[in-house]
Write a protein that binds this ligand. Structure first.
Ligand code: ADP
Length: 610
């Protein structure tokens, strides 16, 4: 080897060695590009080292020198061809064609590489020594040259296919590589002896790659920045959510507070009753908001459960229609309902969640449609004992922009806020809806034209229950449960809650005693007081309801039923309290029907005709 190529290749090798040390000594990412870059560095190092060894071979005296040169030549050719193939594959991996989920391209690349290596090994290389210079020729050399040209052609094609991303900075080293290759080829055509620029040009490309895209520090920083902006987005979404929530909660609270004050001053009983109804409606809105937050927290904790029971779909849909009509109120909306007549009488599934899904969609349709119509259409497909309910909710409302469709089911996302200032919402409804549909193994799709309206379609499979429809029993007019003479102890540290519970029980003519702590409850029992039932709050300071209950149970002769009364209403709580030994569970705010059930069960009450 003469001095100039020797010097260039040694210099390239030193640069490569430094690059290797710097790159491999750092903690790096293991994305496909990083792995290819690592592979490229190793292959280039081997190729240049072998190239240098080849240059020095003729000066040493070893047996079978020409065969050793031929062998090293093959290693050199394999190194060259591998580097070219890595450049081409790398270009594919940074183009828009790359599919990270598929492994086919990997398989194609490695099959190609192994095939080319194999052919290079078996094809012949002839080495002759002429005037102290090794002259190599043979099929292996021609083959690798053709493949190299082809690979560069593929690389060029990839750049053309991805031309709309031509300004992607990851392409800079590839452009430089192409310019270097053209330069090297032209030089070689003019001066065939100057064939020693191939390796240095590849090293230059590796160097540029390191400083532009493959520098692990840069990549780490890039990843950190992505993570940081994701965290910031999530944080902003939560902040928006909290301020939104505060507004959402204040709205019904304002009604509750305002009407309650008015009631205090009002004398007309009819007006009082009207205002009390408004208070109940506002409280139910408030409860809906809290339940939405609960549902989302259950979803995040993977605790949302689907409870399948037998139900009458026609009843569920009737109720949905009634609720929607009430929500439409006097809005100028035409509510169209079309329900398949052939829906089975009974189905098995989670009808509570089914109702929640459809009601969410209907509520949105009402909220986001100023005028025109909303339509509820339910059709069915029955097969092998399964009834697929296809429920579509269509509206002629504001519609959703195409770019927002993908974000629609993300929690806390709300759109067109300037336009929708007056529409109440938390951005949780559709996130919950989607999760519920998924948990029920169903599908939900959206079709929307901005400014024209939207259609949400849900498909859910429910098991058909073969049963003759029972005629509804004649319900006795009004029924009240009375438990005169029964005595209940209420334990709660919150005085308002004590008052509410006592007031509710007084409607059953039940005598109540109230205490504000576990200690006072224990004292009452120790003093010999007896009760028919104890309602026990759990979250009390110093001694919780559960602790108080454990102490009660340990008392000799204590056998009063104790009901856990708690605002801790997340899934699994009922089971938790029952496993602690409580007789039953009642969540706050107290549902009148649930209270009825519990009093009937534990106070042996009878319904009395009013
Ligand atoms: P919320 O209605 O409480 O804001 P959702 O999760 O139910 O939350 O909906 C998220 C967002 O999707 C809404 O804020 C609204 O911008 C948009 N959206 C939902 N349903 C409709 C609809 N039928 N028409 C137009 N926009 C809708």
């Amino acid at each position: 080897m003469n001095q100039a190529p020797m010097f260039l290749n040694v210099f390239s090798l030193i640069i490569l060695a430094i690059l290797n040390v710097v790159f491999f000594s750092k903690k790096r990412l293991h994305k496909v590009e990083d792995n290819l870059y690592a592979f490229l560095l190793i292959m280039e190092t081997i190729t240049i080292t072998v190239g240098l060894a080849l240059g020095g071979m003729l000066t040493v005296n070893i047996p079978n020198k020409l065969s050793v040169i031929a062998l090293l030549n093959k290693v050199y050719l394999i190194g060259l061809i591998t580097s070219s193939s890595v450049f081409a594959y790398y270009t594919y991996c940074i183009s828009h064609l790359y599919n990270p989920k598929s492994n086919i391209h990997k398989a194609v690349y490695f099959t190609f590489l192994i095939g080319v290596m194999f052919l290079t090994i078996i094809l012949p290389v002839d080495v002759k020594e002429v005037d102290g210079v090794a002259i190599t020729s043979g099929l292996a050399i021609s083959f690798t040259s053709v493949i190299s040209v082809l690979l560069y052609f593929v690389l060029f094609l990839l750049l053309l296919v991805d031309v709309k991303n031509f300004n992607n900075k990851k392409y800079i080293p590839i452009y430089i590589l192409l310019i270097e290759s053209i330069f090297t080829t032209v030089i070689q055509m003019i001066y065939p002896d100057l064939n020693y620029f191939i390796n240095p040009s590849a090293v230059i490309t590796c160097l540029i790659m390191y400083f532009t895209i493959e520098n692990p520090d840069l990549k780490m920083i890039e990843q950190l920045n992505i993570a940081k902006s994701q965290a910031e987005r999530a944080n902003n979404a939560k902040t928006d959510f909290l301020s939104n929530m505060s507004h959402e909660i204040r709205t019904p609270l304002n009604a509750i507070d305002g009407f309650s004050q008015l009631i205090l001053e009002e004398k007309d009983i009819n007006v009082i009753k009207d205002e009390a109804r408004d208070i109940i409606e506002a409280s139910q809105n408030l409860l809906e908001i809290v339940n939405g937050i609960l549902d989302i927290s259950k979803i995040e904790a993977n605790k949302l459960e689907i409870v399948n029971t037998e139900y009458e779909p026609s009843k569920v849909f009737d109720e949905l229609v009634k609720l929607t009509k009430a929500r439409i109120g006097d809005k100028p909306l035409d509510f169209r309902v079309s329900i398949d007549k052939d829906i089975p009488n009974y189905l098995n599934g989670d009808y509570v969640r089914l109702k929640q899904i459809v009601l969410n969609l209907l509520t949105n349709a009402v909220k986001y449609t100023k005028e025109g119509f909303i339509e509820l259409k339910i059709s069915t497909v029955k097969k092998d004992g399964v009834c697929r309910l296809i429920i579509s909710v269509k509206d002629s409302g504001i519609g959703i922009k195409r770019e927002n469709i993908d974000k629609l089911f993300n929690k806390f996302e709300r759109f067109d806020l300037e336009k929708n200032m007056t529409i109440e919402g938390t951005g949780l409804g559709l996130a919950i809806t989607k999760k519920l549909v998924e948990l029920m193994h169903g599908k939900i799709v959206v079709d929307s034209v901005y400014g024209k309206g939207s259609t949400f379609t849900v498909a859910l499979d429910q098991i058909i229950v073969d049963k003759i429809k029972e005629e509804p029993k004649k319900v006795r007019s009004s029924k009240a449960v009375v438990a005169k003479g029964k005595k209940v102890l209420i334990v709660d540290d919150n005085l308002i809650n004590l008052k509410v519970a006592a007031r509710l029980l007084s409607t059953y003519k039940i005598e109540t005693e109230e205490v504000a702590s576990g200690f006072d409850c224990l004292k009452k029992i120790e003093e010999g007081n007896t009760y028919d039932l104890i309602l026990m709050d759990d979250m009390m300071p110093k001694m919780s309801g559960v602790e108080t209950f454990q102490k009660l149970k340990a008392m000799e002769g204590f056998n009063t039923p104790v009901i856990a009364l708690t605002a801790n209403a997340i899934v699994g709580m009922k089971e938790k309290y029952l496993s602690e030994g409580f007789n039953d569970y009642l969540s706050k705010p107290i549902d009148k029907n649930e209270l009825d059930r519990i009093l009937k069960a534990y106070l042996n009450m009878k319904s009395k005709k009013m």
